[in-house]
Design a protein around this ligand. Structure first.
Ligand SMILES: Cc1cc2nc3c(=O)[nH]c(=O)nc-3n(C[C@H](O)[C@H](O)[C@H](O)COP(=O)(O)OP(=O)(O)OC[C@H]3O[C@@H](n4cnc5c(N)ncnc54)[C@H](O)[C@@H]3O)c2cc1C
Length: 346
């Protein structure tokens, strides 16, 4: 009999993140399709009662919690010990966890401690005839595999954004407290502060409905024989401000910025989409001044509706990579879009 454990951590405000609800949805669906399986919830954090209550109406029969000040901050030593203790207490055979930065760094270590196996970047979990299989992508999202394992416990890191978040309701959950004996070494790392860009400088927005991609064309000489960098910067920032889209880029453009040229200062390699960049998930994507070459568009695997604006009617987007290609000057189109957005509240 499989014991399915969802392993989640409470956020600083005690709530559960969307990624945890996504993993919960995957685990609950698996539980439903595996006759005779048990479903347990394991939570880690300073205080997990509010998080447990927020999902109390789900189909789990047991709630386990590792709590206390030592478990408030993400830290390998304490998080791995907490996850190990919960897995043992639950006698879990399948552990489903959101691949947050906090869990992603401990799951493989926990599998090692328990004599199990961990799989990362899981995008689907299902069961048929009592056999569990998981899906994940390989070769930069060019190939999808479905795979099974006999080794237990089997720990699955679910890619955030790949599942529908569960909508199970709230209630009163009775959380069994699991104690963990921490060695001094487990707590020797301490977070002394957080450095992050100002809210308006944060251009990567995973929950945005639209991915707006900028390509090297924004920095190229235009029809008048001149480059128009200040205008490009203004148009792009204006659009981001009005649309709250997430900003992606081609490699060519972020490379220019990284080579010390004052190109578009708000772009970094973190914005790069593609084979050597990110594979973001958004319902829609709009590419501008970008050629749409394969090493870039492979990063668009999880973008729903794709549109592109390029001057070149033979660009990669025209060759089946986009649903709609506007053969047009992106400066003019985006200026008009910004004008229209200014008249609407979105
Ligand atoms: C191993 C490897 C890995 C790679 N990984 C990545 C990756 O992860 N991500 C990535 O992006 N690339 C990657 N590349 C590079 C990729 O092959 C392309 O070189 C890069 O994506 C090109 O960027 P671009 O389309 O912005 O620039 P360009 O190829 O220079 O295209 C600019 C486009 O802008 C258009 N344009 C110019 N002015 C305007 C205007 N006013 N209006 C509309 N259109 C205009 C032009 O017509 C042109 O089509 C990789 C390459 C290799 C070899």
């Amino acid at each position: 009999m499989e014991v399915i454990l969802i392993l989640a951590h409470a956020e600083a405000d005690g709530s559960l993140a969307k990624s945890a609800r996504e993993a919960l949805h995957a685990a609950a669906t698996l539980h439903k399709s595996l006759a005779g399986s048990k479903f347990v919830i394991g939570l880690v954090g300073e205080n997990v009662q509010a998080a447990a209550n927020s999902i109390a109406a789900c189909t789990a029969t047991r709630y386990l919690g590792v709590t206390g000040a030592d478990f408030a901050q993400p830290r390998y030593g304490t998080d791995a010990a907490a996850a190990e203790a919960i897995c043992k207490a639950a006698q879990a055979t399948v552990v489903v966890a959101p691949a947050t930065s906090r869990w992603a760094r401990v799951l493989a270590g926990v599998a090692q401690r328990l004599g199990g196996r961990a799989d990362t970047h899981v995008t689907g979990v299902s069961a048929a005839d009592g056999k569990i299989s998981v899906n994940r992508w390989y070769y930069r999202q060019r190939m999808e595999s479905s795979q099974t394992r006999t080794q237990r416990p089997w720990i699955l890191g679910i890619d955030p954004g790949s599942q529908t978040p569960c909508v199970c309701g709230a209630g009163n959950a009775s959380v069994e407290k699991i104690s963990v004996n921490l060695t001094d070494a487990a707590t020797r790392t301490t977070i002394i502060g957080v450095r992050e860009p100002k809210a308006d400088a944060q251009t990567i927005r995973p929950d945005a409905k639209l991915l707006f991609v900028t390509g090297a064309g924004w920095t190229k000489k235009q029809a008048d024989g001149q480059t128009h960098l200040p205008e490009a910067e203004k148009i792009i920032l204006d659009f981001l401000k009005k649309s709250r889209a997430s900003l992606g880029s081609s490699k060519s453009l972020v490379d220019q910025s990284g080579e010390g040229q004052a190109i578009l200062p708000f772009l970094s390699h973190l914005n790069q989409v593609g084979q050597t960049g990110a594979t973001p998930r958004h319902p829609k994507g709009l590419s501008t001044c970008c050629h749409g070459e394969e090493p870039h568009t492979v990063g668009w695997r999880f973008i729903g509706e794709r549109r592109a604006i390029s001057l070149d009617p033979n660009c990669g987007w025209a060759r089946g990579k986009a649903d709609v290609l506007y053969v047009a000057d992106a400066f003019k189109v985006m200026m008009k879009v910004n004008e229209l957005l200014a008249t609407k509240s979105i």
